[in-house]
Write a protein that binds this ligand. Structure first.
Ligand SMILES: [Zn+2]
Ligand SMILES: [Zn+2]
Length: 87
C-alpha cells in the first residue's frame, strides 16, 4: 500500500495514491477507479464522486451517506467523552 499521505493510525481507510482522496473502505476505493486494461492508462480515477453517491465526511474521507451520519455521530460522542474527562 502506498503511504503518500498520512492516514489516522489504526484506521482501515483506503487512500488513492493517484488522486489523493481517502475512502472509508476498499469497496468505495474500487468504485472510484475506472479500470479497463484495453486502454492506456488502464486505471482512471473518477473525479465526480458525488455522482457515485458518495459524500465527504468531516474528516475529508469519502463514504456512503449512511456511514457519514454514523461517523459524525461517533465523533460527537468522542468529543463529549473527551470534554467530560477534561472537566
Ligand atoms: Zn484515485
Ligand atoms: Zn496521497
Amino acid at each position: 500500500m502506498d503511504s503518500c499521505c498520512t492516514l489516522p493510525v489504526g484506521s482501515n481507510l483506503s487512500h488513492c495514491s493517484k488522486c489523493h482522496q481517502t475512502f472509508s473502505s476498499l469497496t468505495l476505493f474500487d468504485k472510484h477507479q475506472d479500470v479497463d486494461y484495453d486502454r492506456t492508462p488502464a486505471v482512471v480515477c473518477k473525479t465526480r464522486l458525488t455522482a457515485l453517491g458518495l459524500v465527504k465526511d468531516l474528516g475529508g474521507t469519502w463514504c456512503t451517506p449512511d456511514a457519514a451520519i454514523s461517523r459524525q455521530a461517533q465523533s460527537v460522542r468522542l468529543a463529549m467523552t473527551r470534554s467530560r474527562r477534561a472537566a
